[in-house]
Write a protein that binds this ligand. Structure first.
Ligand code: GDP
Length: 298
C-alpha cells in the first residue's frame, strides 16, 4: 500500500537494474557480481553493507550450488534482510512514562517529526509535553510552538539563547505537575561542534537521570533520506556523541535514495523506527525492515 507507493522512485532506481541483470546474465560470474555491486551502491545501500550483502550472497550461491542468475533474486533479498537484522524495534515510549530526546541537524525534518509524534501520541490519548531545547535558533522554538498549538499540546521553553538544560529542567517539572505520559525534547543538532553537542546532550541526560529517573528514555536521531550518503555520515557522527536508540528517516516519499535505510540500520545496528512519508501530521509510519526489503526488491 502506502509504503510501496512512497518507495516508487527508490524501487525504480533499483529494481529495473536488478531485473536486467537477473535476466540478462547467462551465468553467475565476476561480471555479474560486479554489476550487482554497482546497482546496490547506486541504490544507496552503502559500500560496507553492499560488500557484506554480496559476501553473504556468494556463500549462499556456493552452498546451494545455484547456477542461474534468476535464482539469485530471492537469495539476494534474504541477504539484504539478514544484513538489516537488528534487535526488533521496541516502542516502549508509546506505552510507558517516557522522555524522547530528538536529535538531528537543521532541515532534516526534526520539528515536523516531533509534531507528528506529538499528534500520534495525543490521538492515542497520551498526555504529551514538548520541550524546546533547541534554543540556538529562534525559529526552531517558534516552529515547534506552531505544531504544539496545532495539536493542542503544551510546550515548555524554546526562547533563543536559553540554557537547554534549564529548559529540560522546567519541562520535567511541567511533566511531573501534569502527570504527562511522554515528554518530547527537541534538541540542537550542531554537528560542526561535536564537543559542544556532546556536552549539551550529556548535560540533558544527566538532568533526566537525576530529576526524572523513573521515565523510560529514548533517543531518536532524525535523518533526511533524500541526502543519501550524507544521512549515513550524520548517523555515524550522532552515534559518536550520544547513545542512539532509534532512527527516523524522513522524506521517504518521492526520494530515489530510500536504499539508505539498509546502510544506516545495518551500520548503526539501531532500528529505523519510523519513516516520514509526507509533510502532514499523519505522514509518519512505523518501519518494518523485512516488509521494506520485500517492497523494494521483489
Ligand atoms: P528541521 O529544521 O529539522 O526542524 O526541519 P523541519 O521539520 O522544519 O522540516 C524541513 C522541511 O522538510 C519542511 O518543509 C517539512 O515540511 C519537510 N518535511 C519534513 N518531513 C518530511 C517528510 O517526511 N516528507 C516530506 N516530503 N517533507 C518533509
Amino acid at each position: 500500500g502506502r509504503l510501496v507507493q512512497g518507495l516508487t522512485k527508490t524501487r525504480d532506481n533499483i529494481v529495473s537494474g536488478l531485473d536486467s541483470i537477473f535476466s540478462g546474465f547467462s551465468k553467475i560470474d565476476d561480471d555479474f557480481y560486479e554489476e550487482l555491486e554497482e546497482i546496490l551502491i547506486m541504490g544507496d545501500l552503502g559500500v560496507r553493507a553492499t560488500e557484506e550483502i554480496l559476501d553473504s550472497l556468494r556463500e549462499k550461491v556456493k552452498e546451494q550450488h545455484i547456477k542461474e542468475p534468476a535464482e539469485c533474486k530471492q537469495l539476494l533479498i534474504d541477504s539484504i534482510k539478514e544484513q538489516m537484522q537488528v534487535e526488533k524495534a521496541a516502542y516502549r515510549f508509546e506505552t510507558e512514562k517516557s522522555v524522547v530526546l530528538v536529535v538531528g541537524v537543521n532541515g532534516v525534518g526534526k520539528t515536523t517529526t516531533i509534531g507528528k509524534l506529538a499528534g500520534k501520541l495525543t490521538a492515542e490519548g497520551k498526555k504529551v509535553i514538548l520541550a524546546g531545547a533547541d534554543t540556538f535558533r529562534a525559529a526552531a522554538g517558534e516552529q515547534l510552538k506552531e505544531w504544539a498549538n496545532r495539536g493542542g499540546v503544551q510546550m515548555v521553553g524554546g526562547t533563543e539563547g536559553a540554557d537547554p538544560g534549564s529548559v529540560v529542567f522546567d519541562a520535567i517539572a511541567a511533566a511531573k505537575a501534569r502527570s504527562a505520559d511522554v515528554l518530547l525534547v527537541d534538541t540542537a543538532g550542531r554537528l560542526h561542534n561535536k564537543k559542544n553537542l556532546m556536552n549539551e546532550l550529556g548535560k540533558i541526560n544527566k538532568i533526566l537521570e537525576n530529576e526524572y529517573p523513573d521515565a523510560f528514555r529514548e533517543t531518536l536521531v532524525v535523518l533526511d533520506a533524500t541526502t543519501g550518503q550524507n544521512a549515513l555520515a550524520q548517523a555515524r557522527e550522532f552515534s559518536e556523541v550520544t547513545n542512539i536508540t532509534g532512527i527516523v528517516l524522513t522524506k521517504m516519499d518521492g526520494t530515489a535514495k530510500g536504499g539508505i535505510a539498509v546502510a544506516i540500520q545495518s551500520e548503526l545496528s539501531v532500528p529505523v523506527k519510523y519513516i516520514g512519508v509526507g509533510e502532514t501530521i499523519d505522514d509518519l509510519e512505523k518501519f518494518d525492515s523485512d516488509a521494506f526489503v520485500e517492497a523494494l526488491f521483489s
